[in-house]
Design a binder for this molecule. Structure first.
Ligand SMILES: NC(=O)C1=CN([C@@H]2O[C@H](COP(=O)(O)OP(=O)(O)OC[C@H]3O[C@@H](n4cnc5c(N)ncnc54)[C@H](OP(=O)(O)O)[C@@H]3O)[C@@H](O)[C@H]2O)C=CC1
Ligand SMILES: CC(C)(CO)C(=O)C(=O)O
Length: 274
């Protein structure tokens, strides 16, 4: 569901495992290429119809989640950044689980390129899908509870994406410049307070993870920075916006995330008028 960067990544692994998935596209391409290690492969898939399926991998942006619901079959495996998109799907379609993807895939039109090798974190309840993806070369980690991994990724995106988007700089700045590092630390501290209040214990130190990812993807342009530069809607409502929303509901102050949220929303509003 959604043959973009992440949808192409999953299709690539499924093809390599010997599967040809049914895909739901919105603006279809003639052909889809997935490039890794200097080689590009044409993705193989069938146009989705009314057939049954054991799993639907949902790889649409968080704000497009509601449009995915009519197409869901079997267990919906929602592979998104942020919080709120999966929850909207699960409310309408309870047979849903969340996945966390730490691979980095850059999409230009109908061509996607692997830019960073990571992992796909899946709940053990979908181990069968995990085994298939692993058979196609994916680095799959099965976990009892995926929530801590979602919130760790949320802390990373809340810090790196927002700061790099507003400054329009590569991810490495967050690790390299002290002022940006200090701001990231403040962002993460608010995410931790919200997560702690929810009883979510992240599997690693989130600020150390921010610095690790920023250094590991130093030359990359974050998805939010890229979206702002292209005047495309960002997922900030499901990243810093989710931190603010949960904070309000739980009575946790999140002024830094709120300021970054407003700055990015202002840039979105001005987009195309500058
Ligand atoms: N790219 C990455 O490296 C990573 C991304 N993520 C997360 O994964 C999610 C997906 O991101 P990404 O793959 O980059 O985004 P893309 O924009 O590349 O892909 C989303 C795709 O979903 C399609 N789509 C949206 N709504 C529908 C619909 N109703 N029916 C069919 N197709 C639909 C879009 O179609 P159209 O082409 O018409 O817009 C697009 O092709 C996001 O939450 C992102 O933050 C997580 C980890 C890494
Ligand atoms: C990890 C990071 C920050 C890589 O750019 C990302 O997930 C994104 O850009 O959305």
């Amino acid at each position: 569901m959604g043959l973009g960067a992440v949808g192409s990544l999953f299709t690539y692994f499924l093809n390599r495992a010997g599967y040809v998935p049914a895909a739901v596209q919105r603006r279809p391409c003639g052909e889809y290429l997935f490039c890794a290690g200097g080689a590009c492969e044409r993705l193989r898939f069938a146009a989705a119809g009314a057939e049954e399926a054991r799993y639907t991998v949902v790889a649409v942006k968080a704000y497009d989640s509601p449009s995915a619901v009519p197409h869901l079959r079997g267990v919906a495996v929602v592979a998104q950044n942020g919080v709120g998109g999966f929850e909207a799907i699960r409310e309408a379609y309870p047979n849903s689980v969340a996945a966390v993807v730490t691979y980095g895939v850059y999409r230009e039109g109908c061509r996607s390129e692997l830019r960073g090798v990571g992992e796909i974190y899946l709940p053990r309840s979908v181990a069968e899908l995990g085994d298939v993806l692993r058979g196609g070369g994916a680095r799959v980690v099965l976990v009892d509870d995926v929530e801590p991994y979602r919130w760790l990724k949320l802390a990373v995106n809340a810090a790196i994406n927002a700061i790099t988007a507003i400054l329009q700089v590569p991810n490495g700045v967050v690790a390299e410049v002290g002022h940006a590092r200090d701001l990231a630390r403040a962002v993460v501290a608010e995410v931790v307070r919200v997560a702690d209040t929810l009883g979510v214990k992240m599997p690693a130190d989130p600020f150390e993870e921010v610095l690790r990812v920023a250094a590991a993807t130093a030359g990359n342009i974050s998805s939010t920075a890229r979206d702002l530069a292209r005047c495309v809607r960002t997922e900030v409502d499901f990243i810093n916006g989710a931190v603010v929303k949960y904070g309000e509901a739980l009575g946790v102050a999140t002024p830094v995330n709120a300021a970054l949220l407003q700055l990015i929303k202002t840039r979105e509003a001005l987009c195309g008028r500058e």
